[in-house]
Write a protein that binds this ligand. Structure first.
Ligand code: SF4
Length: 247
């Protein structure tokens, strides 16, 4: 199965806390009227210029194991090495909100509108993350339609460049998935164009396969520790949450 889907804008609209976190503003902090106005304007621009799309393609476990080796540059042990052996199903994915948002961010910076440009950059990053959350939900629904997943199980995504999976893994991922069909190309640096894109693997299985110690050597350099939040969210969420797009 290979699917290309448009993601409704309201499903990519990021939460305020997620946007402000990328601006270094802690959750619950009282916002000034100026920041509120900036945030509102940036969200309007995001909704005007974004066109979220996702490409999803099934891949077998042996197929992914071969692809995951990539250019041979991964860390020696990674969470995915273990998790994929216990997974039920896997799919590659790539999601983007399109190029026009990045063009608008560039335009704002060139016009010396740094505050709005920076806020739009934060909204666009948080919106791309939200669109990737939606990709997880869509994959859950596709598996559910085939009777291959139930509410006691979950889907979690992993991306090249994180958790021991080397950025160069993008090369083989792109060969297999062909995200060019949704307007994403791969640069020599392995960054994607549009920049506001996320690619990786969607792993479906029992929720407890995703519980691991963040004690890999590379974890000491990880500032986000995002695995904690993602696993906590997965363990808490239910099928009805997914239907409502609550992540
Ligand atoms: S601590 Fe960071 S690098 Fe380590 S598994 Fe968690 S997210 Fe990945």
């Amino acid at each position: 199965m290979r699917k290309i889907l448009e993601i409704p804008l309201d499903e990519a609209r990021p939460d305020q806390d997620a946007i402000l976190e990328t601006q270094g503003i802690p959750s619950g902090k009282e916002l000034t009227e100026d920041v509120k106005a900036l945030l509102e304007r940036a969200i309007d621009l995001f909704l005007e210029f974004s066109k979220p799309k996702v490409a999803i393609s099934d891949i077998s476990i042996p197929g992914f194991e071969a692809l995951y080796k990539g250019e041979g540059l991964n860390e020696q042990d990674t969470p995915l090495d273990e998790i994929i052996t216990k997974a039920d199903d896997l799919a590659l994915f790539a999601v983007t909100i399109g190029e026009r948002v990045s063009e608008e961010i560039d335009r704002l910076f060139k016009a010396n509108e740094f505050a709005l440009g920076s806020m739009l950059d934060s909204v666009a990053s948080a919106g791309t993350d939200k669109a990737a959350d939606t990709a997880e939900s869509r994959y859950f629904d596709l598996l559910s339609e085939k009777g291959r997943i139930t509410s006691s199980k979950g889907v979690l995504r992993f991306s090249p460049g994180y958790c021991g999976w080397h950025m160069s893994g993008q090369e083989k991922l792109f060969e297999f998935l062909r995200p060019e069909d949704i307007g994403i190309s791969l640069l020599e640096s392995y960054l994607m164009k549009p920049l506001k894109s996320i690619s990786g693997v969607l792993v479906a299985g029992d929720k407890d396969i995703f519980v691991f110690d963040d004690s890999y050597p590379f974890c000491s350099e990880c500032r986000s520790r995002s695995c904690h939040k993602r696993i906590r969210t997965l363990l808490k969420e239910s099928r009805s949450d997914k239907k409502k797009g609550v992540m």
